[in-house]
Design a protein around this ligand. Structure first.
Ligand SMILES: [Mn+2]
Length: 338
């Protein structure tokens, strides 16, 4: 069953969700996993599916590539159940649920533990890059994977609780940038209104997700802002953190710099480059909406959404920055914005 649904077709959404639920009901001993460098939506959607399996008394393990768990998500139900991938882990899972992942490669090492595609479910809102799962709930219009997980869980018949509602709300809040990014839809507000019935605390959740930075992390954000560069007549902003600066910080703490790169009047595209290890660049692309940054990221072997994408490349920062500027320039010229 490889069919996908579009937001306009709720009958099809219903069918896809029910197929997934039927499959999950029929299986046991699950692997649940997500993408490398798991973010708020990855944690929340993964843990919400674990909550469903728990309610159905299924056996499961949650395995992430990341060895270190992100402390800012510690408030989420099930955080303590997440394991980091270890060499030699046994691939004896009967079924798998992968969340928020556009490709097998983006899972990292836990991909080795996946059973055959016929036993794999994928729930995601990124454009798919390869086929490694049979049961797919993929909608690139959805704000978040957590929104899609809600669509599945609301049809499962399990009792909602504050913990479950907090998970799904957190994922949506995270990926919509507190209900403000261009991906935010009417559906997110409908879901939020339903989840609010279970006593969720938006203020507390926002504090955990967005305002729990360390002192040194905030200073590094300051470093990035103080050193940002303006290119292409102020249409492109580049923020770059060299290895020596990145090394002193937990990576996720300074992720917000990606959003700041495009938070300037007149900027169409923001780029946030950091060097987690010497010679390796992790790059985030953000667009105000007109430039398709997924296209830019693809030139460098990455991908994502039209408005937010990323890639990892090996090479020299100054040279890669020049190439990226050229790619953005091409699109700005095509659009008549330069
Ligand atoms: Mn997501």
């Amino acid at each position: 069953m490889t069919e996908r649904y579009s937001l306009q077709n709720s009958e099809s959404l219903d069918r896809v969700c029910r197929n997934i639920l039927q499959f999950v009901r029929s299986q046991d001993n699950f692997l649940i996993t997500t993408h490398l460098s798991a973010d708020g939506d990855a944690y929340a959607s993964t843990l919400a599916m674990a909550y469903l399996l728990e309610a159905w008394q299924k056996r499961y393990r949650i395995i992430f590539q990341d060895q270190e768990k992100e402390w800012r998500y510690q408030f989420m139900w099930g955080w303590d159940k997440i394991e980091g991938y270890q060499e030699g882990m046994q691939a004896n899972f009967q079924a798998a649920i992968v969340l928020d992942v556009p490709s097998r490669a983006r899972i990292g090492e836990p991909a080795r533990l996946l059973p055959a595609p016929l036993y794999c479910v994928k729930i995601d809102h990124h454009p798919s890059e390869d086929e490694f799962t049979t049961y797919n709930l993929v909608n690139t219009q959805a704000s978040s994977t957590s929104q899609l997980v809600y669509e599945v869980i609301v049809r499962s018949g399990i009792a909602f609780s504050n913990e479950l509602a907090t998970l799904m709300f957190s994922g949506i809040m995270y990926d919509t940038g507190r209900f403000s990014f261009s991906n935010t839809s009417k559906r997110d507000f409908e879901i939020a209104a339903h989840l609010a019935q279970y006593g969720i605390q938006p203020y507390e959740i926002a504090n955990q997700l967005f305002f729990s930075n360390s002192f040194s992390g905030m200073k590094t954000i300051g470093y990035g802002l103080a050193h940002m560069e303006s290119h292409l007549n102020g249409k492109l902003c580049v923020i770059y953190l060299p290895h020596k600066v990145v090394a002193a910080n937990s990576a996720s703490e300074v992720e917000e710099l990606a959003n700041y790169s495009v938070a300037i009047h007149g900027v169409e595209v923001g780029i946030y480059m950091r060097e987690p290890e010497p010679g390796l660049l992790k790059i985030s692309f953000r667009s105000k909406g007109r430039v398709n940054v997924n296209r830019v990221a693809k030139v460098f072997g990455g991908g994502g959404h039209d408005h937010a994408a990323g890639c990892r490349v090996r090479g020299e920062a100054a040279q890669i920055r020049r190439q990226i500027i050229q790619e953005v320039q091409k699109q700005l010229e095509e659009l008549g914005l330069l």
